[in-house]
Design a protein around this ligand. Sequence first.
Ligand code: HEM
Length: 370
Amino acid sequence: MQPFPAVDPIPLPAPIWLIKLLHIVTLALHFVAVEMLLGGLLIAIVLSIFRNSPHASATARALARRLTVVMTYVINLGVPPLLFAQVLYGRALYTSSVLIGVYWISIVFVLCATYWLLYRFTARLEAGKSAWWVGLAAWLLAGYIARMLSTNMTLMLRPEVWRDMYSASALGAYLPTGDPTLTPRWLMMMTGGLFIGGLWLVYLAARSTFTPDEKHFVAGVGGKIAAIFGALYLIAGLWAVRVQPDAVKSGLDSHPLYHWFAFAGYGWLALVMVAILAAAFAGFGHVAANWLAWTGALLALLIELTLVIYRDAVRDLSLLAKGFDVWNRTVVTNWSVVGLFLILFVAGLGVIGWLISVVARAEKPMEGAA
Ligand code: HEM
């Protein structure tokens, strides 16, 4: 019996490739912001414990001041991929969301609490008060959200367990068990946080708002963290690949479309290794330089992009093996709406670029100033 609900009779209003492209781009940006939040927050928490070290305190404050802004990007860059994923995979994603409904809905409230705690963390740091426990509470809640997202995005690929889960309880209060891909996938995002968070510090080290001594410290700490957790991120990623079902592995080898996506996996591997080397150079040499800052930022973006492309193939191949072909939909493109959407999309990007340029030109206080 077909486990997926019947397809919506309303055709898709835009080509599937376009929806996929927008999904991949926006999700990669969401992942960059998520990793900055998860890693940047944990680094700030640890540094904030060393209240007697002016450099550690200045770096913790510099991160914390930016984290509330990063959170706006986490949320706003999470909404578009959620919408695109629902359009493409609604029959699977809605089902898994209902099955873990209580946890899924809880994300909204936990997110509000995380955001509030982030503001409290920053305010306490600015006031010179002990703040690590407030930051840790925010980090644990963010880690819970990450775990629930990983849970749902893997449960949507397992229609074979849906019926039993629903028969056991229709409350939506039980979490699935027995998926070997869930933990490596979640760990990959968590270690990736410290990897990207470290690269973020390498980027910040080149800012003129740090004194030369502080730059030295920030590059050293950030580079070392990125190099160490980059290696762990790599291991978690390879683990996540190894536990994929055979249908996915063979599809990545031989499917006419998805074997191209597999190259993104090799790209990811190469980019992570280059980033680890660059981070080690910054960290052990205490190098704070503009070229290194921008190299790290570009690598972080490309790493998330290649990850999302590969992950997209894993999802499509997992679903295909169970009878769900994402490309098998009726499409009646409404070009005027698509055109309007693209114009507004580009205009939106332009406005964000302008906002960033205003922030870049603004006079900034030195980070060490309390
Ligand atoms: C603290 C806040 C958040 C954290 C830590 C977080 C973390 C994550 C993580 C770890 C994943 C990857 C899951 C996996 O595939 O294993 C993910 C995916 C995703 N997140 Fe977030 N997220 C946050 C907030 C949000 C918000 C507010 C939204 C939307 C309104 C959102 C939308 C999504 C979507 C749609 C995906 C998966 C998309 C797909 O697979 O197509 N996230 N997030």
